[in-house]
Ligand binder design. Structure first.
Ligand code: DGJ
Length: 305
């Protein structure tokens, strides 16, 4: 039985899954879903915008992409007020990749202050996929601002960080170091002045495919898509790949990750934000079809695994 998009997705203990702005990793026959644990009351919106205090990054595991076991908060908030993972800060869009060279699991996430002016990225590592993760550092790519972000590992083992930069006007593509724990010093501005957030990248059939949103806070907007022959571009925009009811506002969702299953299918993962009560935000997962040189994401009522 699938997971209906109009229902709360629950873990094997029956609790609502808390893995927002998340991503998937497949390792040794197991899927790991990492995301923001937002299981707290919203702060009053008139003072700080729609936010909950940072709890940390959750991890869930599954062997069928439908049944999810809670593996706990694998990168918890810190009780040190000076730490970038303190509950008063912002920690969003965690993505975990596995580094073959170091045999470590490396998490990258958006680190910020409540006014989103710190605009940095955080790095944490673990020896096991379900953590615990150890926070290493907060950095900025080439010293530039970095907000919404994702990480993509290419077939040749190179890893790439995609982030909103230049006050979200531009997407910055940064090569990671060989251990995936810092930047390698190679930076590329793409989609200049196209104002995107919620980036996701995947390789399919020898080409690179990109999914993102516009910049409208927690509110939905038309998704963006693009294709390129090289990860650093040039990228060709393909417009909104969504079809079906409310596709013009991405089914009331915002992208968070593109995932390729071991059998070669591509899944688009979205958040359906509930900004007044962020802990109740939902998940929408849809298959991506590639046809006539484009990508298509068609609405379905449920995720069938
Ligand atoms: C949109 C981003 O995609 C989210 O991750 C979050 O940062 C909100 N903006 C905050 O308004």
């Amino acid at each position: 039985m699938g997971l209906r998009h109009d229902e709360i997705w629950r873990d094997t203990d029956g609790r609502p899954i808390q893995a927002h702005g998340g991503g998937l990793l497949y390792h040794d026959g197991v899927y790991y879903w990492y995301g923001e644990n937002k299981d707290a009351e919203n702060r009053p919106a008139d003072t700080v915008g729609h936010r909950v205090d940072v709890i940390g990054v959750s991890c869930y595991s599954s062997t069928d992409l439908l049944t999810w076991t809670n593996r706990g908060v694998v990168l918890p908030a810190s009780d040190n007020p000076d730490h970038d993972m303190h509950p008063s800060k912002v920690a969003e869009r965690p993505k975990v990749v596995y580094c073959n060279t170091t045999q470590r699991f490396v998490m990258w996430l958006h680190i910020d202050k409540q006014d989103y002016r710190q605009a940095a990225t955080g790095v944490a590592v673990a020896d096991e996929p379900a953590g615990p993760f150890r926070y290493l550092q907060t950095i900025r790519p080439a010293g530039l601002d970095s907000r919404d972000q994702t990480v993509f590992v290419d077939n040749d083992g190179s890893a790439w960080h995609f982030a909103s930069s230049d006050w979200n006007a531009t997407t910055l593509v940064s090569r990671l170091s060989d251990d995936y724990q810092s930047f390698a010093g190679e930076f590329h501005r793409v989609f200049v002045d196209r104002k995107m957030e919620a980036h996701a990248v995947i390789e399919h059939d020898g080409r690179y495919w990109f999914l993102a949103s516009g910049c409208t806070g927690w509110d939905p907007n038309p998704a963006r898509s693009a294709v390129a022959d090289s990860i650093i571009g040039p990228w060709t925009e393909l417009g909104n790949p969504c079809t079906g009811p409310e596709s013009e506002i991405t089914f009331h969702c915002q992208s968070t990750f593109l995932f390729r299953t071991p059998d070669g299918r591509v899944i688009a993962m979205f958040d359906r934000w509930v900004k007044e009560e962020l802990r109740s935000s939902r998940y929408v997962w849809l298959p991506v079809e590639f046809a006539d040189g484009g990508m298509v994401i068609e609405w379905r009522d449920s995720w069938e695994g």
